[in-house]
Design a protein around this ligand. Structure first.
Ligand SMILES: Cc1ncc(COP(=O)(O)O)c(C=O)c1O
Length: 386
């Protein structure tokens, strides 16, 4: 299916039938200069838009100064990025361990929870997705990725997401940590209500179980608030970040409660490239864009416009918050995705074959929004009725 597939590259992905050679704002371009409105956001990564000029300028300057030095040295750019990140994070999460990806962030958060509590059990949620490294995969509810590895995975109890009664049935005193994707993106943008998050926080605090929020997709304004923790008014013990935090430069992080941070000793966590100069410069620039352009506010208004604009179309219901949205399309999801792609509009699929996902740059313009809504409205009525 792919023009870009070459034998040298292991065929583990199913790429678009066109190569992407350039990106600017909400669009990516192929070699012929054809633009595509990117509502998939390069898999929820292009938070500030593609190649935001301020992020690019910061990277150019940093590359000229210092491409890399290891964690053996103190780097002023890393110190500044860490400080800016904890200043932006929910109160009470005052330190960060910087790494390179979402899986690495979750792996370290889970490891730390197991070590600190001395307990061996973990709790996660049905439909949750946390990464492909072994501990992250252990808490990921994706049977096809777990096949063949079952005996290597940690023991995990998967509870129904958002169900209050399930919380009461767990022997929390033996559980090291519970990890939750506050909005389950890959599962089809499934949400839970505030009461449930409050109950989860209360029961874990009561039994000394550490609460981990995986905010790898939901962080940095995506939901219309800085983090889901802010939206739901619940502060976890650990909060993991990655994806858009450095606007596309690979980076991940584990934010820790002050109490937990005090227990971490030198050398206990580590990563050669963690918080390297380029990623740190990109994170600093991303946070500056967030401060100056308030993309969370844009996520809220754009979300409202999309919800209103899709009324009466093939999309029967819109799930999610801010600009992490799931479009319920019944049997028409695949046809709508292909229809939009033919009009050079990219959207995401999900594990639910009836739901398409939108996770565009938070800088999405009115023109981009209107282009998308007009295309959905143009989806043939016969197919809507089918
Ligand atoms: C919610 C969530 N957690 C963790 C990950 C893993 O991140 P990475 O692919 O950077 O390892 C992903 C990736 O899609 C994700 O969506």
């Amino acid at each position: 299916m792919s023009e870009s597939a070459v034998p040298a590259l292991l065929p583990t992905y199913a790429p678009y039938p066109f190569p992407v050679v350039r990106g600017a704002g909400e669009r990516v371009y192929d070699a012929a200069g054809q633009g595509y409105l990117d509502l998939y956001g390069g898999h929820c990564v292009a938070l500030t838009g593609h190649s935001h000029p301020r992020v690019v300028a910061a990277l150019r300057a940093q590359a000229g100064d210092l491409l890399f030095y290891s964690t053996a040295a103190r780097l002023p750019v890393r110190d500044a990025a860490a400080q800016a990140l904890v200043d932006y994070a929910p109160a009470g999460l005052g330190s960060v361990f910087l790494c390179n990806s979402g899986a690495e962030a979750n792996e370290n958060a889970l490891k730390l929870a197991l070590k600190r509590t001395g307990r061996s059990r973990l709790v996660a949620f049905q439909g949750g997705w946390h990464g492909r490294s072994l501990l992250a995969l252990s808490v990921t509810d994706d049977p096809k990725l777990r096949v063949g590895l079952e005996s290597h995975l940690a023991p995990v109890e998967f509870l129904p997401f958002g169900e209050m009664t399930a919380l009461a049935k767990v022997d929390w005193a033996s559980v090291a940590a519970v990890i939750v994707e506050p909005v389950q993106s890959i599962a089809g943008v499934r949400t839970a209500n505030r009461d449930w998050f409050e109950a989860l926080r209360a029961v874990t605090a009561q039994h000394g179980t550490l609460l981990i929020f995986d905010e790898i997709q939901t962080g940095f304004g995506r939901l219309g608030a800085p983090f889901a923790a802010d939206l739901y008014g619940v502060t976890p013990d650990l909060l993991t970040v990655a994806k858009g935090m450095a606007s596309g430069v690979p980076m991940g992080g584990v934010l820790l409660s002050d109490a937990l941070a005090r227990t971490v000793t030198a050398g206990e966590l580590g990563s050669t490239f963690g918080g390297g100069p380029l990623a740190s410069a990109a994170l600093l620039a991303t946070l500056a864009v967030i401060r100056d352009e308030d993309p969370a506010a844009r996520a809220r208004t754009a979300s409202d416009t999309i919800r209103r604009g899709l009324t009466g179309t093939v999309v029967s219901r819109v799930r999610g918050a801010g600009l992490l949205l799931g479009l319920e399309c019944g049997t028409q999801a695949k046809a709508l995705k292909a229809f939009l792609e033919a009009r050079h509009i990219l959207v995401g699929g999900s594990a639910d074959p009836t739901v398409l996902r939108l996770m565009p740059p938070l800088t999405l313009s009115d023109a981009g929004l209107e282009e998308f809504l007009a295309a959905v409205r143009a989806f043939p009525a016969a197919q809507v009725a089918a």
